[in-house]
Design a protein around this ligand. Structure first.
Ligand SMILES: Nc1nc2c(c(=O)[nH]1)N[C@H]1C(S)=C(S)[C@@H](COP(=O)(O)O)O[C@H]1N2
Ligand SMILES: [Mo]
Length: 199
């Protein structure tokens, strides 16, 4: 007989070990955004990394597509509690974009067309953990999911994965982004349930 019941521990076991605490699985792909979908023209599209000294490193759309790409399959976790497992993307690793960037900065502020921002430590964008993604599920990334290109940084809550991304500012001091200024956690690790600033 199993004398130690599940209830004895006072918490429910998670259905799947891939699901962070407080999350539920969805098979849909919800659209979440603070404002309207911006119109982004590929002829003028630019992605710019600005370092702490003000030097700028920019790529046009054509230059981005010419870089070697990867096809990550990752789990994504929204702070509103939905998670989607095994999503498939294509994009350029931030390691590739940072190859020739000179910086000693510790922090990044990611910028989007439309004015959205989000912050994270620079190291979270490196070591194979973040991409500028332009395809989802084998198709060009739709505008509603951040196309033509979005940041994909799946080990943090999905608000960090800025849609319609246009650049990254490298900073010596942490600067909170859009949701972080409104009380969301500055780091946002779903496994540690860092939803709000005091979590
Ligand atoms: N530019 C921009 N990026 C954004 C947002 C936004 O409002 N604007 N919302 C964030 C939030 S809260 C989430 S959960 C995801 C949602 O991405 P999806 O609409 O593709 O599911 O985008 C993130 N990136
Ligand atoms: Mo979100």
């Amino acid at each position: 007989m199993n004398v130690v019941s599940r209830g004895f521990h006072g918490r429910r076991e998670r259905v799947t070990p891939d699901l962070p605490p407080g999350q539920y699985l969805t098979r849909n792909f919800p659209v979440l955004q603070a404002g309207p979908t911006p119109r982004v023209d590929l002829d003028t599209w630019q992605f710019t990394i600005s370092n702490e000294a003000g030097a700028k490193y920019s790529w046009s759309w054509r230059e981005l597509l010419a870089l070697p790409s990867e096809k990550p399959t990752v789990d994504i976790h929204c702070v509103t509690r939905w998670s989607k497992l095994g999503t498939t993307w294509q994009g350029v690793s931030l390691d590739t974009l940072f190859e020739n960037v000179e910086t000693a900065a510790d922090f990044a502020l990611v910028r989007s067309y439309g004015g959205y921002t989000t912050n994270m430590p620079l190291e979270d964008l490196l070591d194979g953990r973040a991409w500028i993604a332009y395809k989802y599920d084998g198709e060009d990334l739709s505008g509603s999911h951040g196309g033509p290109a979005r940041l994909l940084v799946p080990h943090l809550y999905f608000w960090k994965s800025a849609k319609w991304v246009t650049g990254i500012d490298l900073l010596n001091e942490e600067e909170p982004g859009f949701w972080e200024q409104l009380g969301y956690h500055s780091y946002g690790d779903p496994w540690r349930e860092q939803r709000y600033s005091n979590d």
